[in-house]
Write a new protein. Structure first.
Length: 406
């Protein structure tokens, strides 16, 4: 009979990290709603909002690789601390512009650009720091806890932002997001991480080349990342752009909000279940269940009623939640720690590059073949892309370190 592993929360270091993520994720989940209403209130039309969002996204993608190299070269605690302090200051400055009625598109875009650069340094360091806080056998549990936290924030954050905007204005909600970054930095500053493992330091381009070499050497990594690219290419734009319209045709505008909440609840449940899911091949399981993400698109394409849409969204959320935990855990278990952030940055960059392409393609394609037809086609393509990594032995047989503790 095996002895269950103790919870990662029994570690003081992980508790501090967990507390910092709790504060930061709640603020980040509030930010999109707060930003949207703040800019819409300050500027006529939607043009300014699109420009502000784009000026954050582009530098985030452009600097991801540099962020991964920095997190592998320097202390990840320091990288996270600087990024959170910087994000708190940029969001705080944006809140001041809004609250003092000094908003201009140029100033807002400049702050959004800085915020995007800081976000590029945050993501690779976050994935790389977890193995420095818990034992290898506790990684799945740690990622399940963090995933549950992130998914709960996605449910609670937008609602809290909406209430805050309604009670005051968007500037106050943006200020709350800024405060969350600064408070999270207090917790991160106390993490007992001095630096990364000692290794020879080389030039930046050499660091990036070695990160790419590690990314391509691990066959299962680039094969699953390729699948993520294709899944994001066909799914994200269709879901974000066609989803609200197709849902409103069978229900109402409120139905779309309910659909997103139910999908988030499915992701939350899956993350919680992953805490105890000690299977022999965790990556294979995560890849297999990721195909459930095609169900909401199929339901939209078929014009199903709102209850059926909600059931499909819940199932799709469950698949996405478990797939996310299995992917993060597999990377942390099998990619060398000194290259983990760079490999993660290549994964993020290649996965996210597909999103704007898909978003720009949805309008013309829907006009050519019809919205419901496009949703059906993208659902089928998504399913094929999701399952494609299972063709490869390296994906099917990758072992899970904590499987023996089930």
């Amino acid at each position: 009979m095996t002895t269950p592993l103790p919870s990662p929360l029994r570690s003081p270091a992980f508790r501090r990290f967990f507390a910092g993520r709790l504060v930061s994720l709640l603020g980040s989940a509030m930010a999109p709603v707060a930003l949207a209403f703040a800019v819409l209130d300050a500027a006529p039309g939607i043009t300014d909002l699109g420009i502000v969002l784009a000026t954050r996204t582009v530098p985030m993608l452009a600097f991801l690789l540099l962020g991964g190299a920095a997190a592998d070269r320097f202390s990840r605690r320091t990288v996270l601390l600087v990024a959170h302090l910087g994000s708190g200051l940029t969001q705080g400055a944006f809140a001041v512009l809004l609250l003092t009625h000094h908003y201009t598109l140029l100033s807002a875009s400049a702050l959004a650009l800085l915020n995007g650069v800081l976000a590029a340094f945050t993501s690779p360091a976050l994935r790389g720091v977890v193995p420095q806080l818990v034992d290898r056998e506790q990684l799945r549990q740690a990622n399940a806890l963090l995933g549950s936290l992130a998914n709960a924030a996605k449910i609670l954050g937008p609602s809290a932002a909406g209430l805050l905007v309604a009670a005051s204005n968007g500037g106050v909600a943006v200020a709350a997001d800024a405060a969350s970054y600064l408070l999270a930095a207090v917790f991160l500053a106390r993490l007992p991480i001095a630096g990364t493992a000692e290794r020879p330091k080389s030039r930046l381009l050499a660091e990036l080349r070695s990160g790419w070499a590690e990314f391509t050497r691990q066959g299962w990594v680039w094969r699953v990342t390729t699948a993520f690219f294709l899944m994001n290419l066909v799914q994200t734009g269709t879901w974000q752009i066609l989803g609200p319209q197709l849902t409103r045709e069978v229900s109402s505008t409120a139905g779309w909000g309910l659909l997103l909440s139910v999908r988030g609840a499915g992701m939350l449940l899956a993350s919680a279940l992953a805490y105890r899911l000690a299977v022999r091949h965790l990556l294979r399981t995560g890849v297999a269940v990721s195909v459930l993400g095609a169900l909401p698109l199929l339901a939209l394409g078929a014009g199903l009623s709102l209850p059926a849409l909600l059931a499909a969204a819940f199932a799709g959320g469950c698949g996405s939640g478990l797939a996310a935990v299995s992917w993060d855990t597999s990377l942390q278990e099998h990619v060398p720690g000194e290259a983990l952030s760079r490999v993660s940055s290549y994964d993020d960059l290649l996965s996210y590059l597909a999103i704007p392409v898909g978003q720009l393609s949805v309008g013309p394609l829907a006009a050519a073949i019809g919205g419901r037809e496009l949703a059906t086609v993208t659902a089928l393509l998504y399913a094929v892309a999701a399952l494609s990594p299972l063709v490869f032995t390296s994906v099917r047989t990758l072992p899970h370190a904590a499987a023996r503790t089930a």
